[in-house]
Each structure stands twice: as structure tokens, then as C-alpha cells.
Design a protein around this ligand. Structure first.
Ligand code: ADP
Ligand code: MG
Length: 472
């Protein structure tokens, strides 16, 4: 009699095996242990909460059909969830969603879990806290993160979260901006501040790419349980550059479970993204909707005064002395992002020390010039046409003339070449704006100009001048 549950479960496994892939079977069904069979209720033991949620989410239909087939129309399933795999294992009983009204047990509030059962195995008294390397960069502190209108909400939100992780309405805290505006810096600052104020908290900073790699490895090694368990033990989880999860459906799935678990247990989540959640493509809707549950804060390009303050702070902390004139020039002319501002500063200081020069305004200008040329600035085709026509002294309207006059042809070709290089417009659109030509003409023009650049020094000098004007 004692083995009836084992026999029944083995029959179930037979049915399941025929209806799943070998890999899924090995990962999700082989580790299950049958516990008992009483009054048509089969109780199975699963290794973790995550495991249970996954089965209910992914395999509930298969499980239901199997139970009905093997046990009969009144057959039911109950889970015994193993909360810790060490000796001190604790089990809690979980009904299959057959018993509860919500089909998706993931959204289930705590109260549906028997109240006497510990929800998180890691908060069972007497069990050791997890010791992990939080992966925080000590240099990225709040003190070093200069506040301005551009970042006030995010910075203050971050400070609040660090003071009371998981206890404010800012959960998750989602910080978004384009590159180089301080997302990563702020992440580390929050993590460091939590560690300072609450040394007992388990904090982890992780880049989304790292998270994905860990998921892939865990999945390959059939170790997903440990992976998810590990993340479920974190008090403050900081995930940087979440946009990399796009298209990674399985990783998103695992993150979804981790997110829910942490959020339900009042753990803090901090997420960064290079876009607003609404603009993130190829991400599951239910995940995106969770991202905006808390505070969504944007980091913008600092205004001139904040740029000055950032520069002065960097100079001060690095013991560099620069004239006000040079500092003003840098702050005024670098308008892309803070990383660029730092880059120019470092390059300027390096050049001055290598060449034993003093940092003059001229040297600053040259450095910025060189730096700016190394990335493509976004400018409109119209703007470029105006500069090129002005340079060759040809009225813009003449670009559409059907003439073989060298000056007109050259102006048009150079405008097309520069537009291709410095704008984001398509060849067709460039052609249309440069005298209503087609994309093949633009293509030909670009080739002609670059061929000539290789052989004609004077022409190259002219184009260098034009480029300087375009880059302002
Ligand atoms: P992101 O992650 O948004 O691409 P980072 O956090 O890597 O940007 O920031 C780029 C650089 O700019 C870092 O060195 C960072 O310290 C600096 N930075 C950004 N914003 C500020 C700020 N408000 N004050 C001081 N440094 C800043
Ligand atoms: Mg970053």
C-alpha cells in the first residue's frame, strides 16, 4: 500500500514523458518525489518555491490531464515545497491551481500561503545569512554624484531607497537615460549607501548581461533552481542595463519570478535602462508593467552649471588645477554626456603631462576638436546643406539645377557625402533633400568624394574645413 503513490507517480511520469521534451522532463519532472496518495490527492515534493511556480505556470495543463488520466476524474494534485535542501528542510503545502481561483499563482498574495509556514527559507531563524560580493565600485558614491535639475529625482529617489530599502513606494526604482549620464554610477552609489547604513543587508549589483550569462550556464547545467534561489536571497538587487534582456525570453521568465518573489517579500529592486519601459522592444508586457510599479526617473544631460560643478569636483578630487577659462570652455562646449566630459578632461591632462605643456585654452580647443571628431554627431541634412553651400558660395536652390557645372556638381556631391557621414538620414532622403536625386546618385557621389579625398590634398583641406564647421 505504501508504494501506491510511487506507482501512481511513475504512471504519471510515463504520460508526461510522452508529452514533453527530454530536457524539460529531466529538469522539471525527474527531481519530483511522490510523497503520498490519499483520497485521490497525490502529493508531490518539489525542490523549491520557484520550481513549484514554474510547474504551475508552464505545465499545469499537462499535469491536470495526467492526474485525471491516471487517478481518475476526482484526482487532485498537491505540492510539498522543500524550502531548504540542507538537513533543516521545511516543507509547506501548496495546492495545485485546481484548488484556487487564480490560474496564475504568481500574483497570489502572501495570505494564501499557510501563515504558519516560513515563506523564505533564508529568514528561518538560525540559518546563516548569505555572504556574497556585492560587486560595488567604491568610487561611485553619492558624494561624487553631483546633483542638478537633470538628475534630482533619480538621485533623491536613490537616497531614499538606500535609507529604507524595500520600504518606500520606490520599488522598483527604475532609472533610465541615454549613455554616459550616470545610471551605473547611481546604481553603485545606492548599493554602497545601503551597505553603509544597513551592513546586514545582502546587496548585489549585477549587469543584465552577466545575469543572462549566469542564466544560460545554470540552464545548461540543470542548475536553474540554485540560480533562482541565489537571487531570491538578495535584499537589494540592482540590475544595470535591463534592455539587454530584450528577446531573451527564458531569462526574462526567470527574472519575472525573481522580481515577483523579491517584491512580494519587500526586497528592493533597482533597475536601469537606456529607454523608457514603454519603448523597450521585445520584452514581455507583464515584466514591463512591473517596471513602472515604483518610481521611474530619468537622467538628463546636465545643464551648464551642473557641468561646471561636475568638472570642478573631478578636478578637485584628482588634484588638477585648470584655469577658469579652460574649465568654462570645456563645460560650455561638451554637450553630449558626462562620460564625454570626463574623457576630454582626462585626455587634456594626459597630453599636457606627456608633452610637458601647460593646459591653455588652445590645447583645450584642440583636444575637444579631436575628441568630437571621433564620434558621429547627429546633425540634420538641411543643416549640412546650408554649411556646404555657404562654403562653396552656391545658393541652396541651385542644388536642384540640372547642370554639369563643376561648382554645382561638386557642392552637391560634398553635401551628400557629409550628410551620409554626419546625419542619420537614409540615402534616399539625403538624395531627395540634395536636389531631388535618387539614392544611387548619393551612393555614387559618396564614392567619388572619398576617392578624390585619397588623391587630392587641397580637396581634403577643404573638406576638413567644412567638417569643422559642421561639428561647430
Ligand atoms: P551610464 O551608466 O548612464 O552610461 P555612467 O554611470 O557610466 O553612465 O557615467 C559615466 C561617467 O560620468 C561616470 O564616470 C560617472 O562617474 C560620471 N557621471 C555621470 N553623472 C555624474 C554626476 N552627476 N556627477 C559626477 N559624475 C557623473
Ligand atoms: Mg552604464
Amino acid at each position: 500500500m505504501a508504494s501506491r503513490h510511487i506507482e501512481t507517480w511513475n504512471q504519471c511520469l510515463g504520460v508526461i514523458k510522452d508529452n514533453t521534451s527530454e530536457e524539460s522532463f529531466d529538469t522539471w519532472f525527474r527531481p519530483i518525489k511522490p510523497i503520498s496518495l490519499e483520497n485521490d490527492v497525490l502529493t508531490i515534493q518539489v525542490p523549491s518555491q520557484f520550481f513549484y511556480e514554474w510547474l504551475e505556470d508552464k505545465y499545469i495543463d499537462l499535469l491536470k490531464k495526467t492526474i485525471k488520466k491516471v487517478i481518475g476524474p476526482f484526482g487532485k494534485l498537491e505540492y510539498s515545497v522543500l524550502m531548504d535542501s540542507s538537513d533543516k528542510s521545511v516543507t509547506i503545502k501548496m495546492p495545485s491551481s485546481d484548488y484556487v481561483e487564480t490560474k496564475n499563482p504568481l500574483g497570489r498574495p502572501h495570505s494564501e500561503i499557510p501563515s504558519d509556514a516560513p515563506i523564505n527559507p533564508f529568514i528561518i531563524p538560525g540559518l546563516k545569512k548569505l555572504q556574497i560580493d556585492p560587486q560595488l565600485n567604491e568610487n561611485y558614491t553619492f558624494d561624487n554624484f553631483i546633483e542638478g535639475d537633470c538628475n534630482r529625482v533619480a538621485r533623491q529617489g536613490g537616497l531614499e531607497v538606500a535609507k529604507n530599502p524595500g520600504k518606500t513606494a520606490f520599488n522598483p526604482l527604475l532609472i533610465y537615460s541615454s549613455t554616459g549620464l550616470g545610471k551605473t554610477h547611481l546604481c553603485h552609489a545606492i548599493g554602497l549607501e545601503v551597505k553603509r547604513l544597513h551592513p546586514e543587508k545582502t546587496v548585489l549589483y549585477v549587469q543584465a548581461e552577466q545575469f543572462i550569462n549566469q542564466y544560460v550556464t545554470a540552464s545548461r547545467d540543470k542548475n536553474l533552481n540554485n540560480f533562482v534561489h541565489f537571487y531570491q536571497m538578495i535584499d537589494v538587487l540592482i540590475i544595470d542595463d535591463i534592455q539587454f534582456l530584450a528577446k531573451k525570453t527564458m531569462t526574462q521568465e526567470a527574472f519575472f519570478h525573481i522580481f515577483n518573489y523579491l517584491h512580494q517579500n519587500n526586497k528592493q529592486l533597482v533597475i536601469t535602462s537606456d529607454k523608457l519601459p514603454a519603448d523597450l522592444q521585445d520584452m514581455e508586457k507583464r515584466l514591463l508593467s512591473r517596471f513602472i510599479w515604483g518610481l521611474t526617473a530619468e537622467l538628463q544631460m546636465p545643464d551648464i552649471n551642473t557641468r561646471l560643478a561636475i568638472l570642478k569636483h573631478k578636478l578637485y578630487t584628482n588634484g588638477i588645477v585648470l584655469s577658469d577659462e579652460v574649465v568654462d570652455y570645456l563645460a560650455t562646449n561638451i554637450r553630449t554626456n558626462v562620460r564625454e566630459l570626463e574623457g576630454v578632461l582626462i585626455s587634456l591632462v594626459a597630453q599636457a603631462s606627456l608633452n610637458k605643456k601647460t593646459i591653455t585654452l588652445d590645447l583645450a580647443k584642440q583636444t575637444i576638436d579631436r575628441f568630437i571628431r571621433s564620434y558621429v554627431k547627429e546633425v540634420s541634412v538641411e543643416y549640412i546643406i546650408n554649411i556646404v553651400c555657404d562654403y562653396f558660395n552656391i545658393p541652396v536652390d541651385n542644388l536642384s539645377l540640372n547642370t554639369r557645372k563643376h561648382q554645382v556638381v561638386q557642392t552637391r556631391q560634398v553635401a551628400m557625402y557629409m550628410a551620409k557621414k554626419y546625419s542619420n538620414a537614409s540615402l534616399a532622403s539625403i538624395g531627395k533633400q540634395c536636389g531631388n536625386k535618387d539614392h544611387a546618385t548619393v551612393h555614387h557621389a559618396c564614392k567619388t568624394v572619398s576617392d578624390r579625398l585619397d588623391t587630392d590634398k587641397q580637396f581634403k583641406r577643404m573638406l576638413d574645413d567644412i567638417e569643422k564647421k559642421i561639428l561647430g
